[in-house]
Design a protein. Structure first.
Length: 209
């Protein structure tokens, strides 16, 4: 079974949409281990992508006694958008992806195993990557603090930790936070280290709310 760091690395290496991750994004030792185990063989790519999607969808979230997964939360939110929100249109809904439109703003939610190479998505329409941060959290926060384009276009959300990183303006993202509170009784908050980093750099002031 793949560990979370290896699953996140493999996911980035097999990403068809954005191609190879930036140099150094995946540690060489992990690449070598994946190669040795046959995970980077061309003939296995399609099946491995499907396995990684299934792994991301099935990730359990520790929200009290009830067992809920990332995939169930995304599917429930998609249904909420389609049925309950008159000002939101569902453009696409798949097990690990939801695309919605509010007025002329299109936002996308994706379930992932990790956030390796997330900077490749910077600069596009609002994107929320829902994934396990794990030990990568500190590095992700530093990357966001250093890159205003990244933090303004891509939000990273760890639903197990109920933390988000990024400063993306998206009405759909606000709707998700409201939905989490009403449907599951949980509150998604900015990661403390991210907020403090913004304050330390003068990007955010305590008077801004």
């Amino acid at each position: 079974m793949l560990s979370q760091p290896k699953a996140a690395a493999l996911e980035a290496l097999l990403d068809e949409e954005f191609g190879e991750p930036p140099p150094g994004a995946v540690p060489r030792e992990i690449v070598e281990e994946l190669e040795a185990d046959g995970f980077l063989e061309p003939g296995r790519r399609d099946s491995l992508r499907a396995d990684l999607v299934a792994r991301a969808v099935a990730r359990p979230l520790p929200w009290g006694a009830a067992v809920v997964t990332q995939g169930e939360v995304l599917a429930s939110f998609a249904a909420h958008c389609a049925v309950d929100l008159d000002d939101i249109d569902v453009v696409a809904a798949r097990p690990a992806e939801l695309v919605v439109r509010w007025r002329d703003e299109t936002s996308r939610f994706v379930l992932r195993n990790g956030v390796v190479g997330v900077e490749r998505h910077a600069g596009g329409s609002p994107l929320m990557v829902i994934a396990e941060l794990g030990a990568a959290a500190d590095g992700v926060i530093q990357a966001y603090l250093a890159n205003p384009v990244l933090r303004a276009s891509v939000a990273v959300c760890d639903l197990a930790r109920l933390e988000r990183i990024g400063s993306v303006r998206s009405s759909a993202f606000v709707y998700l936070e409201w939905f989490l509170r009403s449907a599951y009784g949980v509150k998604l908050l900015p990661a403390g280290a991210y907020t403090m980093g913004l304050i330390d750099r003068g990007i955010l002031s305590l008077g801004m709310g």
